[in-house]
Ligand binder design. Structure first.
Ligand code: NIG
Ligand code: FE
Length: 411
C-alpha cells in the first residue's frame, strides 16, 4: 500500500535565495526543493537530496520553471491607511516650498489628517486596497501599517481597525503600529504637552485595550515631538508592554535613535542625520536601522544615512517604502531595492536582506524573513536568473507567485 505523502506541497525546478546569513551569497541553493506542511517550511535543501518521484512526497508539486524563490517580502514601515492625497503640495514643493514650510503653514501631515478624519471606515478601506494590492503583486507577505493621521482617539482607532481588516480581506500579515504622536493636531497647537498627555493616557491605552496596536511609534523632530515628549510616549508604551520604534534623525539630530536603544526598541527609522554615538547605542541594544530611500528621494535629501558606520558596528539594516501621502507616495518595495543600492550604496544582497531577514527583525518577528525549516511558508517566486536582478531592474515586476502561510497567490 502506498504511503500518504509527507508534505502538503513541494516546490521544485527552482533556486532558493534563503537569505540565511553567514553562508553563500544570498544563502543561495541552486536547483533546490522546498517542502511545505501546515503553513510552515517542512524541508529545504538541494533537490538532489530528495528521492526522484516528487509526486510521492507531496499532495501538490509546483514547478518553479527555473525561477528563484525568496522569503516573502516584508515592508516594515508604512503609513498605508490615509484619506486624500497631497499632489497639490507636490506641485508647491516643485515651485520652491520646503516640506517643513508646508508643515508649519498647516499643510503636510495636517492636511492628510483633515481628509482622514472625514473618511469612514469603508471609504478608507477602499482607498487603501489599490496601494496594498500593488505591494502584494510584488511578493509582499507581511506589512506594517501605522496610524497617525487621525490624531484623536476615534480616528486613530478607525485607522488601526482598517489596517487589521486588510489582513482579513487579503492574504497578508498586517502588523499595526500606534503613531498618535505623529504631529500635533491643529486644535492642540497651543499646548503640545497636553496633546502628548492625551496620547499617553487616553489614545494609546484605548488602542492597546482594543488589541489594535502591536507597537508604538512617534515622530521625534523639530516639526514633531521633542525627545522629552517622545520619552513620555515610550513610557506609556512600556507600561502596556508594547515595543517601541521611532521616526528619528530624519531632518535633524535630536538623539531619538539612542532613546530607542535605551528602551530596547525595535527600530530607528529614516536616520539620515544619525551620528556615531547613536549608531553605537543602536548596535549595543540590537536596534534595527530602517532605511527609507523613497522619502529621501521625494524630499531631494542630500544627507546620506551613515551606512558605513552602521555596517562597521553590525547594525542590521532594513529597507521599507514608508508609503505615505507626503514624503513617499511609494507602492513598490522593489523600487526601494534599486534606490537603496543607488542612493545609499547598499549591495543588492544587503538590500534584499533589508526587505526579508532584517525587515522581520524590525518587526520583532522571528518566524519569517528567511527560508528555513520550521519558519512560516511565506515565499515569493521570481522569473529571474539571479537575485541581483531584483535590485537592478527599475519598473519590471518579475514576481510570478507568492505564498502566504502555505497558501499560494498567483502562479
Ligand atoms: O515617514 N516623517 C514623518 N512621517 C512621514 C511623513 C508623513 C507625511 O508627510 O504625511 C514619513 O516621512
Ligand atoms: Fe514614516
Amino acid at each position: 500500500m502506498p504511503t500518504a505523502p509527507r508534505w502538503d506541497s513541494l516546490w521544485i525546478n527552482v533556486s532558493a535565495a534563503t537569505m540565511e546569513p553567514d553562508g553563500a551569497a544570498y544563502g543561495a541553493i541552486e536547483d533546490a526543493a522546498v517542502a511545505v506542511k501546515d503553513g510552515r517550511i517542512a524541508w529545504i535543501g538541494p533537490r538532489a537530496d530528495l528521492p526522484d518521484a516528487p509526486e510521492s512526497l507531496a499532495e501538490t508539486v509546483h514547478d518553479g520553471r527555473g525561477g528563484w524563490l525568496t522569503p516573502g517580502l516584508i515592508d516594515c514601515h508604512t503609513h498605508l491607511v490615509y484619506g486624500g492625497n497631497r499632489a497639490r503640495e507636490f506641485e508647491m514643493r516643485l515651485e520652491g516650498a520646503t516640506y517643513e514650510e508646508l508643515a508649519r503653514a498647516g499643510g503636510g501631515i495636517a492636511s492628510t489628517v483633515r481628509a482622514t478624519r472625514e473618511a469612514d471606515e469603508d471609504s478608507l478601506l477602499a482607498a487603501v486596497l489599490p496601494r496594498l494590492d500593488a505591494l502584494l503583486a510584488e511578493g509582499v507577505t507581511t506589512i506594517e501599517i501605522k496610524s497617525g493621521y487621525g490624531l484623536e482617539r476615534e480616528a486613530e482607532l478607525r485607522m488601526l481597525r482598517v489596517a487589521r481588516r486588510l489582513g482579513e480581506v487579503r492574504p497578508v500579515t498586517v502588523r499595526t503600529t500606534f503613531l498618535g504622536a505623529h504631529a500635533v493636531p491643529p486644535e492642540a497647537k497651543d499646548d503640545p504637552d497636553a496633546y502628548v498627555e492625551r496620547v499617553c493616557d487616553d489614545m494609546l491605552p484605548a488602542a492597546a485595550d482594543a488589541g489594535l496596536a502591536d507597537a508604538v511609534d512617534a515622530f521625534c523632530e523639530r516639526i514633531g515631538f521633542t525627545l522629552e515628549q517622545t520619552r513620555r510616549v515610550f513610557d506609556a508604551a512600556k507600561a502596556r508592554g508594547l515595543p517601541v520604534k521611532l521616526h528619528a534623525e530624519q531632518l535633524s539630530n535630536l538623539g531619538g535613535s539612542a532613546l530607542v536603544a535605551e528602551y530596547k526598541g525595535l527600530s530607528a527609522d529614516h536616520i539620515e542625520h544619525l551620528d556615531e554615538q547613536g549608531v553605537e547605542a543602536m548596535a549595543q541594544a540590537g536596534v534595527v536601522a530602517v532605511l527609507l530611500p523613497g522619502a529621501f528621494y521625494v524630499l531631494r535629501e542630500t544627507k546620506l544615512p551613515p551606512i558605513d558606520l552602521l555596517r562597521a558596528h553590525g547594525v542590521p539594516m532594513a529597507l521599507a517604502t514608508d508609503c505615505n501621502p507626503g514624503t513617499a507616495p511609494v507602492t513598490s518595495l522593489l523600487l526601494m531595492l534599486s534606490m537603496g543600492c543607488t542612493f545609499f550604496r547598499l549591495t543588492p544582497e544587503e538590500a534584499l536582506a533589508g526587505i526579508t531577514r532584517n525587515g522581520a527583525k524590525a518587526l520583532g518577528l522571528d518566524d519569517r524573513g528567511i527560508l528555513r525549516e520550521g519558519l512560516r511558508a511565506d515565499l515569493a517566486l521570481w522569473d529571474i536568473g539571479h537575485p541581483a536582478e531584483l535590485s537592478y531592474s527599475i519598473g519590471l515586476n518579475p514576481c510570478r507567485a507568492a505564498v502566504h502561510g502555505g497558501r499560494v497567490r498567483g502562479e
